[in-house]
Design a protein around this ligand. Sequence first.
Ligand code: NAP
Length: 339
Amino acid sequence: MLFRNETRPASDFDPDNLPYYNPEIDRRVCFITGGNSGIGFYTVLHLYIHGFIIYVGGRSKQKTESAFREIRNQAKIRRGKLTLRQLDQQYLGDLKFVHLDLLDLKSVCNAVVQFKTREKYLNLLVHNAGIMAVPYSKTKDDFEIQLQTNYISPFLITDRLVNLMEHPDVKDPRIVYVSSIGHRFAVLPINLGFDFPYKPNILFTFLRYGHAKTAGIHMAKTIAKRHPTILSVSVHPGFVMNTNLFSHFTRLPFIGTLFWIFFQLFGFFFGVSNEEGSYSTLKCGVSNDLNRDEDNGKYFATFGVETTPSRIAEKDQYSLDDWGWTVSELQRRGFQITN
Ligand SMILES: NC(=O)c1ccc[n+]([C@@H]2O[C@H](COP(=O)([O-])OP(=O)(O)OC[C@H]3O[C@@H](n4cnc5c(N)ncnc54)[C@H](OP(=O)(O)O)[C@@H]3O)[C@@H](O)[C@H]2O)c1
């Protein structure tokens, strides 16, 4: 069945088995987008519990700091259940906010500059932030809104940060791009400049999402080839129905409640919890089960189970086409791409 491996595969993944780092001895730095809600919240929680220094790029300082309070609280509760011996071997990291609005490429560049003034290297880059199902519109940078949020801005962030990951002293550098099973909505290998500006939204919005998330898989694959010292992969987190990703539909007047009921039922049968949704990112970002010689460029589904992406996502020529298009479109807008 098409979706079998991507929804609820059997898995023995347990984040408690991931390595724990002591920031005083082995300081691991992570930059993650969209860590204030949904899947990103739990990704940040587990990275924090495992000793990472985490920079969360978000557009609301207030929301992100409120998430930090909740994360610190959750970490305290979970650590309260550990034995003294376990506590002695597990260290908390640190949480830091960076202002970042993916809908504005200047904000993306500023966020990177802010990060670079504070850190000299980067171990883990997680492109988690994303939007789905929103109506067609263009950003101030003149990209379709889902394309820029889910792909163009992550591309620019990667270009600007990749050199901080390539220094030989940087331990185990990794990039995780959070794609989606929805990348399969991209049924034709269409130039990314073609952005389906049509109605009804309920149909074409998913084509736009699919193309953006396919382009993200292409990016992860191409980075793996161009920067082989970095492990670069993409993931599908699972169907995680209680995040804010579906809010465009659930907030619609009158029929929003029906959508909400439908999503809850769907989640009950096929979904995973918000926390389980973070497992594929955590496995790919931290687990010693993966390494760059064997896993670079791969795609992993729910719980981090290796899976084959769509035919379009897999094809190298389409990855190169997307790369070339993106570099030229960014340069046309004044953003030089150097890597
Ligand atoms: N939930 C699922 O079933 C599912 C399935 C497949 C893939 N995914 C992917 O998983 C990722 C996380 O989604 P989620 O389900 O956890 O949804 P979510 O709760 O809506 O989280 C999305 C995150 O992205 C941030 N974000 C959105 N637009 C942004 C912008 N312009 N600038 C900066 N940050 C922005 C949001 O920040 P704000 O709070 O400021 O909006 C939020 O932190 C997404 O990439 C999504 O496509 C989810």
